[in-house]
Design a protein around this ligand. Structure first.
Ligand SMILES: [Zn+2]
Length: 391
């Protein structure tokens, strides 16, 4: 029955992955059954060992596992790595069952269906397809990384461990377009510290929220206009956004603490050190204007941007694979960041493509088209065959 309605096994595998929650615990980390990658890593390790892989589950400094599976190829000197992140965003406000996958009108619904368990399913089934005729033509790695959504500790770990595949294929929902450039991101946390007093005598205290309002104005009135004047030929202007604000304990107390988190999207060529120094200098300026202005600034996450030549080997191989399967290849750029920036930044030839639309990622009714996963399986397998055929 399963075989007749799901001949390629897409629904069965994707359903199993969606039904195995792997919500990123976030910062500070939440605990509970649905959080973390441990259970999904166990599922993947069992599956891949069953297919004959040598499997390791290296852990980041917080103990969160990634999965590294290796299938030795007929040409063991050359290797292709498929990489898909294992974590998902939270499920708050979802209008579909997050972990009970449902298929309607050719779409499979659930948290992570599109980002990133659909691309992961396509990669796994491409590996399975390549194994059908015995050892694959070159050595294959399948890697499922922890923590892509909140800092990329899994991808950093893979790079730091020194895995050096000859081609990295990063799976993310790109509508099966080759993304050859995307923005990076740096996230800052700013804290202001004042002095609490009874709110009936505010002049005796120092209001940390008033201080922070000056920081927010610097972002909105100075940095936003300055970034709008920058233009990268592929990716346009960098951006900045204040994403969270917290402060104060109750209404009748002058607040002694306030905290904001800022998301700054970078374009290739921008250095995180340089832009952080620039922001720090603007905050130091506020300190000079007011001796009470007491603040800290820290980097909480950073993702490098990704910028590759369309005509370089990874892009050419992906374009040839897409042409083999779909008859044509499309290139595009993206305003979001991905693990591709870590791998390319380490000097690894990297290409980014996958099934599903980024518009369906992180949504309340997240879904992916099963037909697109079916195409992606063939595209990923063709990437390996095209790579193997290169001299
Ligand atoms: Zn993703």
């Amino acid at each position: 029955m399963q075989a007749a309605t799901d001949p390629s096994g897409i629904v069965e595998l994707l359903s199993a992955l969606v039904a195995c929650p792997s919500v990123n615990p976030g910062v500070p980390p939440k605990s509970g059954d649905i959080y973390g990658e441990t259970r999904l890593a166990g599922l993947l390790a069992d599956l891949l060992r069953g297919w004959g892989a040598d499997v390791r589950c290296p852990r980041d400094t917080d103990g969160r596992p990634s999965v590294v599976a290796r299938f030795d190829g007929r040409d063991a000197r050359r290797s292709v790595m498929f990489e898909a992140h294992a974590d998902t965003v939270p499920v708050d406000g979802m209008t579909v069952e997050p972990f009970t996958p449902a298929v309607r009108d050719g779409l499979l619904y659930g948290r992570g269906a599109c980002d990133n368990k659909g691309p992961m399913t396509a990669m796994l089934l491409a590996v399975k397809q390549l194994l059908q005729a015995g050892p694959p033509p070159v050595t294959l790695y399948f890697v499922a990384t922890a923590d892509e959504e909140m800092g990329g500790s899994g991808a950093r770990l893979i790079v730091d461990e020194g895995l050096r595949p000859d081609l990295v294929v990063v799976g993310e929902p790109t509508d099966l377009r080759v993304i050859h450039a995307h923005k990076g991101a740096v996230r800052w946390r700013v804290r202001t510290r004042g002095r609490s007093v009874h709110s009936s005598r505010p002049a005796d205290g120092v209001n940390a929220i008033y201080m922070m309002s000056r920081v927010v104005r610097v972002v909105e009135e100075e940095i936003v206009p300055s970034l709008a004047r920058v233009s990268h030929p592929l990716l346009g202007a960098p951006t900045i956004s204040v994403g969270t604000i917290r402060g104060g304990s109750q209404v009748n107390v002058v607040p002694d603490e306030c905290e904001i988190e800022i998301d700054r999207r970078t374009v290739p060529g921008e250095q995180i050190d340089t832009i952080t120094r620039d922001f720090a200098a603007r905050l130091a300026n506020l300190s000079r204007q007011d001796a009470n202005f007491n603040h800290t600034l820290e980097i909480t996450q950073d993702y490098p941007p990704f910028d590759s030549e369309r005509d370089a080997a990874p892009g050419r191989i992906a374009a040839a694979a897409l042409a083999d399967v779909l008859g044509a290849a499309e290139f595009d750029t993206a305003p979001w960041a991905s693990n591709a920036g870590f791998f390319a930044g380490a000097g690894l030839p990297t290409v980014l493509l996958g099934p599903g639309s980024i518009r369906q990622a992180h949504t309340a009714d997240e879904s992916i088209a099963l037909a697109e996963i079916e195409k992606a399986i063939r595209v990923y397998a063709a990437c390996v065959n095209r790579f193997a055929a290169c001299p």
